[in-house]
Write a protein that binds this ligand. Structure first.
Ligand code: BES
Ligand code: ZN
Ligand code: MN
Length: 518
């Protein structure tokens, strides 16, 4: 019965997403037609594992591999057509190191990308000795992530003629098919779909996705999920609570801001709070950005999508954790009511801010979000996630997200989760001098230091100064959340960065000493 409900839920969410994806299946008997994906680490693996190929086809594959000088390195691939009954035989290399779960996801992603235009079914043969059903389910996760394509607004898509629900399945061939299917239902599908949820939100244009519709989409995604409580603070509520920092950012827009709170209680004890920057469009405000590339600021809510997505994944898979997502949602526009450079506002915790530059708005909305987190939830830790600065991508490119924390224990846990989830972090400093650098002429703090400096660290310091005693870390994902070139599991475009990382981090979280005890 539980399974039936889960399946019905999956069907319902599939309809509301903006992408077509093949349904994932698991089987223990080989197919005899369609596209076949064979991950191989060496030439003799073909002899051992290519048993579903007839001898003539297997010989032809062996000759093709030799002729192409195929090296079997991870993510290398060779596509063969016209052999035996198969519409395509895709060989994917598996040789190399790296986290095993990530490597399996990459096989799934490469398979999904290379077979996207196949009409019929696709079968991936699970690689040798992969270590059980959970590993097989990782291939499914990778296939969902790598095969993602946002096609909601394409009238006719030559790359993907089929719509959601019409795709032939992608089957993972494994001896423990039933157990793998259970693993997929238990967590893999929830994780993958949460990432796609975040990518959809970040890709949606800002005329469709603004604070109120972000809230609507979130409520829709959580419909029927147990032990979840969702609350959205509107402008009146935020005024009562003194959240003038986020209100200042939203003031120049026709679209009112929201503070969205999603609680999932799968365990007792103090929660981990994940706070996300949710600027549904960042024009810069009165400190207007230049036109070139401004369109990409429709994705300036990637942090909010990541924290809500992580809680969606944890809640749907019934993880034994207590976690809260706070999405600080606002549109940063230069309307007549907009905040001016030089304006002073009082944040929720009473600190005053001189807004020197209205384009440094993410730290403003997060100032109220982290203060709310600390006051309302007395959390075990606060992690904020934000597309905060261009400076972080200058420093770290799209290889690492920036990590800032004054707690070594918390930073270490995040770095470990980054490594095993395939979403790596690089720690950058938070020097005590940043406090002086950000001293205001008229208020407690100013929101930027004009004329440069360590931009990503100053932004981090600003947010951290609104946390009193809770262990806190800040992830600057501005460099990693939009990709100009694809990888096997992240196609070009909005990456949905942080959900795999945060899902791992929250599941493995161990309490760390609070600031006062250090
Ligand atoms: N949303 C931007 C940061 C950003 C830039 C994200 C490029 C993704 C790609 C942020 O609000 C911003 O404008 N930051 C300023 C800060 C500056 C005014 C101190 C920046 O990085 O220039
Ligand atoms: Zn921004
Ligand atoms: Mn900005």
């Amino acid at each position: 019965m539980r399974r039936l409900i889960a399946l019905a839920f999956l069907a319902a969410t599939a309809l509301s997403t903006a992408h077509a994806a093949r349904p994932i299946r698991f089987a223990d008997t080989p197919p005899n037609a369609g596209a076949l994906v064979l991950p191989l680490g060496s030439a003799d693996e073909l002899a051992r594992r290519g048993s579903m190929l007839d001898p003539a086809t297997r010989d032809a594959v062996a000759r093709a591999l030799a002729a192409a000088d195929f090296r079997y390195r991870a993510n290398s691939k060779l596509s063969l057509r016209g052999l035996g009954p198969w519409s395509q035989i895709l060989i994917v290399g598996t040789e190399g190191d790296g986290d095993p779960a990530v490597r399996l996801q990459e096989i799934g992603g490469t398979a999904a990308q290379e077979t996207a235009r196949e009409d019929g079914p696709v079968t991936i043969v699970a690689p040798d000795g992969i270590g059980g059903p959970a590993a097989a389910a990782q291939i499914g996760v990778g296939a969902y992530l790598g095969g993602y394509r946002f096609d909601r607004y394409r009238s006719a898509d030559p790359e993907r003629p089929r719509r959601a629900g019409e795709e032939a399945p992608l089957t993972i061939l494994t001896p423990q098919a039933r157990e793998a299917e259970a693993e997929w239902q238990r967590g893999g599908a929830a994780l993958a779909e949460a990432v796609l949820f975040a990518r959809d939100l970040a890709t949606e244009p800002a005329n469709i996705l603004y604070p109120e519709t972000f809230v609507d989409r979130t409520r829709e995604a959580f419909r029927g999920v147990a032990n979840v409580r969702i609350e959205a603070l509107d402008v009146a509520a935020m005024e009562r609570m003194g959240m003038n920092a986020i209100l200042a950012v939203g003031r120049g827009s026709e679209r009112p801001p929201r503070m969205l709170i999603v609680e999932y209680r799968g365990a007792e004890g103090a929660p981990v709070v994940l706070a996300g920057k949710g600027i549904t469009f960042d024009s810069g405000g009165i400190s207007l950005k230049p036109g070139n590339g401004m369109w990409a600021m429709k994705g300036d809510m990637g942090g909010a999508a990541a924290v809500v997505g992580a809680v969606l994944s944890l809640a749907r898979s019934r993880a034994p954790v207590n976690v809260v997502a706070i999405a600080a949602l606002a549109e940063n526009m230069p309307g007549g009511g907009a905040t001016r450079p030089g304006d002073v506002v009082r944040a929720m915790n009473g600190r005053t801010i001189e807004i020197i530059n209205t384009d440094a708005e993410g730290r403003l909305v997060l100032a109220d979000a982290v203060a709310l987190a600390e006051q309302r939830f007395r959390p075990a830790a606060i992690v904020d996630v934000a597309t905060l600065t261009g400076a972080v991508s200058t420093a770290l490119g799209d290889e690492y997200a920036g990590l800032f924390s004054r707690s070594d224990a918390l930073a270490d846990q995040l770095i470990a989760a980054g490594r095993t989830s395939g979403e790596p972090l690089w720690r950058l400093p938070l020097h005590d001098n940043y406090a002086e650098d950000m001293e205001s002429r008229v208020a407690d703090i100013q929101n930027v230091v004009e004329g440069g400096g360590p931009g990503a660290g100053l932004g981090a310091h600003f947010i951290g100064s609104f946390v009193d005693r809770t262990p806190w870390a800040h992830l600057d994902i501005a460099g990693v959340d939009v990709r100009n070139s694809g990888t096997p599991i992240v196609p070009e475009g909005m990456a949905g960065f942080g959900i795999r990382l945060l899902d791992r981090f929250v599941r493995d979280f161990r309490a760390v000493p609070s600031a006062g005890d250090r």
